[in-house]
Design a protein around this ligand. Structure first.
Ligand code: BGC
Length: 512
């Protein structure tokens, strides 16, 4: 029998009392505003780069190429410009670096302060972008936005997983992804609306609007309490107990508090979390911290997120239809995420991963056939019939839904719940930075990939989807319903990982 199939559920048999209180719900919702920031940014650049006034002002060469390209010339290559993609991708490079710094802030000063810093950086970036006159202002603005994202993506998922009662951790954590998709959708809608502005300055509004989610997270995070885990980590045990009583809605928190304190004690014995992560004991954690975000990006989802309007334009849609189609796929993403929220704590993480993966694979194949059929190798489709355009949009929507109930939310949820406290901040930074490296790479090379690989682009990603399904099947244990401080049991009982994670070696509360 494969990897994680036999483990899962509440492996340690512990059942902390406590319900889903209003306070927890609001707290998690506010924290998840960090997702809004991320989503807005993911969604905004693709639409902006398909607006002519923006291209004319900052990227005149691309504008010329797009408009003067003869119908007989290869359509796959009309957006191939490294400086244009740098506008999108630079953000993720900055996020990569800042998420590493954010690890220390998160550990030493708490999760909240990291979120506030993220909001402030984001606000500065949005301002610079909205008033940009030169390309460098755009890029510096994007770098600031990226630093903000590094901070919030490092802290929010951890925050939510620590505050949520374990039985609802999956659903609450996925609010982060839900807000990412809402941010994305809002960005798609606003791009559509602002692109119609007659003065050609709509792109400034699209970029400047990013200030709204930034202000929301700053205000929200000022009022958020710190997590009990973080308070204990910083020696404030009494405050932690009071907070635990409030968020669990019961005074019967001794058992959970005891385990949190025990986890914190063992974590203090680990002086160098980064070095520890390299030891054999943490091999499963390190593997997941790298593999999950890398695979999330290798699904190819961000080809759609960033470049749906460009892709739709490439395959022959008009400017309006392209932004409209991007809006439709953005809507599917948000709605499908709700399905995941409703089912993740019932069906578990593994089944959603596997089901979503299969669905994406089938759609990628269909999209490949559809594009190959009309565009062939030379990328010259002639007139596209409506049925064809509709079929492509539907296939992309089903693909996006597959991502939205699997790798999208789970790509953030699973890493945030599997790391023990002593390495949690460091491992989460690896998770975020790996995600950002791959996001950067795909954002940067997409137009070149499209130009050279043509319809084969989707086969490239489909190949990785097969690999990741095998990986999940064999190596990812089920973590549904396991209290976060009991997670070591899941590894100790896993047929493969048990060879690495030894009982009583590092954990204070080691019995399973
Ligand atoms: C991913 C992003 C992606 C988004 C789309 C997130 O979980 O990290 O890269 O663009 O989902 O919904």
């Amino acid at each position: 029998m494969a990897g994680g199939v036999i483990v899962g559920g509440n492996v340690s048999g512990k059942d902390y009392p406590g319900k889903l209180t209003f306070r927890v719900f609001v707290t998690c919702l506010v924290a998840a505003f960090g997702g809004l920031i991320f989503g807005y940014d993911l969604g905004i650049s693709g639409g902006v780069t398909s607006m002519d006034p923006f291209l004319k002002k900052f990227f005149p060469d691309v504008y010329e190429k797009e408009h003067n390209i003869k119908a007989s010339v290869n359509q796959y290559c009309k957006f191939d410009s490294q400086i244009l993609t740098l506008f999108t991708s630079s953000l993720y490079l900055a996020a990569l670096v800042s998420s590493i710094g954010a690890s220390t802030v998160t550990r030493v000063f708490g999760r909240r302060l990291t979120m506030i810093s993220g909001g402030v950086l984001f606000l500065a970036g949005a301002g610079l972008n909205a008033f940009a006159q030169r390309v460098w202002m755009l890029i510096v603005g994007r770098l600031l936005l990226g630093c903000g994202i590094g901070c919030s993506n490092q802290s929010v998922p951890i925050y939510v997983s620590e505050v949520a009662p374990y039985k609802y951790r999956g659903a609450l954590n996925m609010m982060f992804q839900l807000l990412i998709t809402i941010g994305l959708f809002v960005a798609n809608v606003l791009n559509y609306v602002f692109s119609k502005m007659e003065n050609g300055e709509g792109w400034r509004y699209s970029l400047g609007f990013a200030a709204v989610p930034a202000i929301l997270i700053i205000i929200g995070a000022i009022f958020l309490p710190d997590t009990p885990n973080s308070l204990i980590e910083r020696g404030k045990d009494e405050e932690a107990k009071e907070e635990l009583i409030k968020i669990r809605g019961t005074t019967d928190v001794e058992e959970e508090l005891k385990d949190l304190i025990a986890a914190s004690e063992s974590s203090k014995a680990v002086k160098h979390p980064w070095a520890s992560l390299l030891t054999r004991h943490y091999r499963p954690h390190l593997t997941m911290a790298i593999a999950i975000p890398a695979f999330q990006q290798l699904t190819g989802m961000n080809v759609i997120t960033f470049y749906a309007p460009v892709l739709f334009k490439t395959i022959g849609f008009g400017a309006n239809a392209s932004l409209m189609s991007a809006m439709i796929t953005g809507g599917c993403n948000a709605v499908a995420t709700l399905v995941s929220i409703a089912t993740v704590d019932k069906f578990g993480r593994r089944s959603l991963f596997l089901f979503g993966g299969a669905q994406m694979f089938i759609c990628q194949m269909l999209i490949t056939v559809a594009i190959a059929y009309k565009f062939g190798i030379n990328g010259n489709p002639g007139v596209l019939p409506t049925w064809y355009a509709t079929a492509v949009v539907v296939a992309i929507c089903v693909y996006v839904s597959g991502f939205a109930w699997s790798w999208g939310p789970l790509g953030w949820l699973v890493p945030s719940e599997i790391f023990p406290l002593e390495v949690r901040s460091a491992a989460q930074s690896i998770n975020v930075s790996t995600n950002m490296i791959f996001t950067f790479a795909i954002a940067q090379i997409f137009t070149a990939m499209l130009c050279h690989m043509k319809f084969g682009l989707f086969i490239f990603f489909a190949f990785f989807v097969v690999i990741m399904n095998i990986f999940i099947y064999k190596f990812l244990p089920e973590t549904k319903g396991v209290p976060i401080e009991e997670m070591h049991c899941v590894w100790q009982k896993h047929p493969y990982w048990k060879n690495f994670v030894k009982p009583a070696e590092k954990q204070a509360n080691a019995e399973c």
